[in-house]
Design a protein around this ligand. Structure first.
Ligand SMILES: Cc1cc2nc3c(=O)[nH]c(=O)nc-3n(C[C@H](O)[C@H](O)[C@H](O)COP(=O)(O)OP(=O)(O)OC[C@H]3O[C@@H](n4cnc5c(N)ncnc54)[C@H](O)[C@@H]3O)c2cc1C
Length: 373
């Protein structure tokens, strides 16, 4: 049954534990309730948003003078197997399902594809929003489609390729749409001896004692990932003050190859595959030279840039209750009763330091709600 409360403090519903009240806070536990709540919000002139686990938002101290719809729908349905496909296991997962609970379920059943994303907090419906990823896997590899309620209040299915999933982005995050994800369809492998997808991340491969590209037991991968994440404060744990965060606060910057060359030689960098060439030609045009690929781009390490700007783990501005995690330079934490203003002040300070030291703009990863950076 839908529950509605007034003046609900959003700090209680976000992992960073900041955020003022929502004038109206609606909890939807079935898809029908969720659809009804969103249609009502769309029809009103008030501000509104949906909230999953609150692990990728920073809500301002004024809160939301409108409606916040908390997605609490549950259910994992096994669809008919896609015989002949390399990923024959098909699941339809309701948006409010806990993501890590879903990963645990797939690992228990011997299905591969999500295991390296163990321990990421939040809901399954939010997973495609920024194409979550960790330890060499990302949502895009397993996602087939999402069922959404679109901006016109229509239910429709969007195939994964249309979502423009990229590094911590999709059209659902940066495409100007406010479509609400109702359910997510995913495809998984079923390998002999419950083995994982090939391990792609050096630190994980080392922890498992396998080479990059080798498979490992699914249960072992999940255990190793959870241990690696706990060491960085990246699993939610009431006993770990370093996990009171919104995860990585900044994305790794992507710059041109020539700019990357101007950075110190020890700056970590990963060349990205160039954009594929456009093969579109006007009708009747003569095929000429092979089309050129886009310029090579390079991903930098935001953590390295921050540390080399003189901001170490545990750093805090004088008198502020927001701090850099003691376990991970990229996570900003609430050390107790911090305000959203304190968090954004620290984030701005870090951005300024990195900009003046290296000329690189750090972009925040979480979604800001009624808060300026
Ligand atoms: C300790 C920690 C570690 C983390 N590690 C990682 C990591 O390794 N990799 C990674 O990618 N992320 C990571 N994150 C970020 C976060 O867990 C993910 O982005 C997650 O998918 C957010 O889910 P959520 O349900 O909490 O979303 P919320 O924070 O509730 O919402 C995030 C955004 O998505 C929107 N949204 C939520 N649900 C829906 C829906 N059903 N339909 C439409 N829009 C919706 C919200 O309106 C909001 O704009 C981490 C966060 C924390 C706190």
């Amino acid at each position: 049954m839908t529950t509605i409360r007034e003046n609900e403090p959003l700090a209680a519903h976000t992992t960073l534990r900041v955020g003022g009240p929502a004038a109206r806070f609606v909890e939807a536990t079935t898809t029908d309730e969720l659809v009804a709540a969103v249609l009502e919000a769309q029809a009103s002139y008030d501000d509104w948003m949906v909230l999953g686990g609150g692990s990728n938002v920073v809500v301002g101290d004024e809160g939301v003078d409108g409606t916040v719809i908390r997605v609490l729908t549950r259910g994992v349905e096994r669809l008919p197997d896609a015989l002949g496909s390399s990923r024959p296991i098909r699941l339809r997962v309701q948006a409010g399902e806990d993501w890590d609970g879903l990963v645990a379920h797939t690992v228990e059943n011997g299905w591969a594809g999500l295991e390296a994303m163990s321990g990421i907090p939040g809901s399954t419906g939010a997973a495609p929003i920024q194409n979550i990823g960790a330890y060499g896997q990302e949502m895009a590899e397993s996602l087939i489609a999402v069922d959404v309620l679109d901006d016109d209040g229509e239910r429709r299915t969007i195939p994964a390729p249309e979502l423009k999933l990229g590094y911590r982005t999709s059209i659902l995050k940066h495409g100007g749409t406010r479509a609400v994800v109702l359910s997510v369809d995913i495809a998984l492998e079923q390998n002999p001896d419950a083995r994982s997808r090939p391990v792609q991340y050096a630190q994980l491969a080392e922890a498992l004692g396998v080479a990059i590209g080798e498979r490992a037991p699914l249960v072992g991968v999940r255990t190793a990932v959870l241990a690696l994440r706990a060491g960085k404060g990246m699993v939610l744990d009431d006993a770990d003050p370093n996990s009171v965060s919104a995860g990585s606060f900044f994305t790794n910057p992507i710059v041109s190859e020539s700019f990357a060359r101007s950075l110190p030689a020890d700056a970590p960098r990963w060349p990205l595959a160039p954009e594929p060439p456009s093969l579109a030609m006007p009708l009747g045009a003569e095929p000429a030279l092979p089309p050129e690929t886009g310029p090579v781009q390079v991903k930098l390490s935001a953590a390295w840039l921050i540390e080399r700007s003189g901001i170490g783990r545990g750093f805090a501005l004088p008198g502020s209750r927001a701090a850099v995690s003691k376990k991970h330079t990229l996570a900003l934490i609430n050390t107790g009763d911090a305000t959203a203003a304190e968090v954004s002040q620290l984030a701005r300070y870090i951005q300024t330091r990195v900009m003046s030291e290296f000329g690189v703009v750090l972009h925040p990863e979480p979604v800001f709600v009624n808060l300026e950076l």
